[in-house]
Write a protein that binds this ligand. Structure first.
Ligand SMILES: C[S@@+](CC[C@H](N)C(=O)[O-])C[C@H]1O[C@@H](n2cnc3c(N)ncnc32)[C@H](O)[C@@H]1O
Length: 238
């Protein structure tokens, strides 16, 4: 177990954050989600799957009136609260620990930024992104995100907005089918980013190819490189 303080580029901000080998460490996905979010000034925002808190802090610094952050891993919620203090944002940001909406059962938000684990078990662990006590999205990566879709409408104010991302290292079709089934609104794709495999991912290419054949993940091969795709989506409620 080791904790350290590092500087991360999150969207247009450089943020100093405490991290730990026990929790998810902010990465390029975090930053891409941050740079895609718009219109949060004065809004009541939920950061779901907050990890050590990068998006909650980003949202608070970009004018959200109030930010609520939730993570199921107790150590992540604890470190997120410490990072909120580090940035002097305790008046604006509240952190809870629990499964999805359980700790905020009666609350509604103007904007929900969903970043709960949406990656298949094998690449999530192999890439080193998911320490052993951080849950992934299961065999095809879709389980937690679909559970989120089942309940999210109960937590959005009229006219509220949900942002969510998909990784092609999960079953994107099952996730989008879930979004269509439970949200019943137009799903707008805001951006797609192709990201090269790390060495750790390339090392498990045979296993990933099998998962790809089963439809659990997808990726592209370009010359000698492999690329996965991160897409960011927005859904606006009536
Ligand atoms: C992709 S990481 C994102 C963390 C953070 N947003 C970041 O970018 O650094 C996914 C996070 O979702 C959390 N998570 C997984 N399942 C969850 C659940 N059922 N409820 C709440 N959080 C969950 C994990 O613990 C992890 O911190």
């Amino acid at each position: 177990m080791s904790d350290q303080v590092q500087t991360f580029q999150i969207g247009d901000l450089e943020l100093e954050l405490q991290t730990s080998s026990e929790v998810f460490c902010p990465n390029l996905t975090t930053s891409r989600i941050a740079q895609t979010i718009e219109g949060i000034e004065g809004k009541d925002v939920l950061d779901l799957g907050c990890g050590c808190g990068p998006l909650a802090i980003f949202l608070a610094k970009h004018g959200a009136a109030k930010v609520t952050a939730v993570d199921v891993v107790p150590r992540a919620a604890q470190i997120a609260a410490e990072n909120v203090k580090r940035h002097g944002l305790e008046d604006k940001v509240t952190v809870h620990c629990g499964d999805l909406f359980a700790p905020i059962a009666d609350q509604k938000f103007d904007v929900i930024v969903n970043d709960v684990s949406g990656i298949a078990e094998l690449p999530g662990r192999a890439a080193g992104w998911y320490p052993k006590d951080v849950p992934t999205g299961g065999e095809d990566g879709a389980n937690v995100v679909i559970r989120m879709f089942q309940n999210v409408k109960n937590h959005l104010n009229p006219g509220g907005v949900l942002y969510f991302a998909t990784s092609s290292l999960s079953n994107v079709q099952r996730i989008l089918d879930g979004a269509n089934e439970y949200l019943g609104q137009k799903i707008e794709e805001l951006g797609a980013f192709r990201i090269p495999f790390s060495k750790e991912l390339t090392d498990v290419i045979d296993e990933l190819t099998k998962l790809c054949e089963q439809g659990a993940v997808s990726f592209e091969a370009k010359r000698s490189r492999y690329l996965w795709t991160l897409s960011v989506f927005r859904v606006q409620m009536p």
